[in-house]
Design a protein around this ligand. Structure first.
Ligand code: SF4
Length: 320
């Protein structure tokens, strides 16, 4: 098992995670879209299975070079709602603060794939952060701030605590929500100091875990989530409906049950956004609706996420 995050296609070939005959094509993919597979995720991959659902999410695929009509760099239209760099203010009472543009892993289907990765500006400068805070402070209707990115839990506990403290100082901000994949893909990062930082705003914090396959909820991931929840920070989950990963009722049901067993409430199941080079992950909406019906019939009410599609100009639309 690798002890470091795999970032180069040659490393993936050496680790047996990609065939050597694809190396040239994978180098081309990696030039365009960032690659990172943490040791925890590399260890989960069954290299003997050509359809492994963990590999499919993180190991680059030459199919990513196939950009289809209708796919766009900013598929959900974030840019149109960005009053200040680093902010997306689409709905009156809540806003997205993009603190970093790097992640612990890079998902091959990410809707922000053109904007994230080590080659992109990797953190909001102090000046831009101050401008973002000034905007939030000036808009009293903002009740909730959602920290996103990139993945905000790649920040050091010290930096995260400082961000939380400054958000907490804005009186009308009552909720700080953190969107992350870290507790599952790099559970060792969820240290007591990071958990304390999550509570550093003095307001109510929520952590929303992104995971797409039940195998991602390993013992270490479950323990990391328990550290967060035991500290009094509730957790929700969001998943993306992905062909070849979770587009069957048994897998999706097992994923929702795994969340609920971890005291994590399933929140959203996203229909895949039309990011460039992601056609091989796409399912039809009719299939998604059929899966939602199966979830309703076969699984507890606790296991039901809202199935949504993000439409530029309209925001999240329930389609379940
Ligand atoms: S962790 Fe989130 S932002 Fe980062 S690559 Fe995956 S989906 Fe995109």
């Amino acid at each position: 098992m690798s002890s470091h995050t795999l970032r180069r296609p040659a490393e993936l070939v050496d680790a047996g995670l990609a065939p050597s005959e694809q190396l040239v094509a994978l180098e081309r993919v990696a030039e365009r879209y960032a690659v990172a597979i943490t040791p925890a995720m590399a260890a989960l991959i069954d290299a003997a299975d050509p359809h492994d659902p963990i590999a499919r999410q993180f190991v680059p695929d030459p199919a990513e070079l196939d950009v289809r009509p209708g796919e766009a760099a900013d598929p959900i239209g974030d840019e149109a709602h960005s009053p200040v760099e680093g902010l997306v203010h689409r709905y009156p009472d809540r806003l997205l603060l993009k603190l970093v543009s790097v992640c612990a892993v890079y998902c091959r289907f990410c809707f922000r794939r053109e904007m994230i990765g080590p080659g992109k500006p990797n953190a909001l400068s102090e000046e831009l952060f101050a401008a973002a805070l000034a905007y939030i402070a000036a808009h009293r209707e903002i009740w909730e701030v959602i920290l996103s990115g990139g993945d905000p839990l790649v920040l050091s506990p010290r930096r995260l605590a400082a961000v939380m403290k400054r958000l907490g100082a804005i009186e009308h901000v009552r909720i700080v929500r953190v969107h992350t994949r870290v507790p599952a893909v790099d559970p060792g990062r969820v240290t007591p100091a990071l958990v304390r930082a999550l509570k550093g705003s003095g307001k109510t914090s929520y952590v929303v875990l992104h995971a797409n396959h039940p195998r991602e909820l390993t013992c270490a991931a479950r323990a990391a989530c328990a550290r967060i929840i035991d500290a009094g920070v509730p957790m929700l989950a969001q998943s993306v409906l992905l062909k070849g990963v979770n587009d069957d009722a048994d897998t999706l049901g097992a994923l929702m049950r795994a969340f609920v067993e971890c005291r994590i409430k399933p929140y959203y199941l996203h229909h895949l956004d039309r990011a460039p080079g992601t056609a091989h992950f796409r399912t039809t909406m009719a299939h998604g609706q059929e899966l939602m019906r199966a979830l309703h019939t076969r699984y507890s009410g606790l296991c039901q996420p809202a199935y949504v599609i993000d439409r530029a100009g309209e925001g999240k639309v329930p389609v379940g």
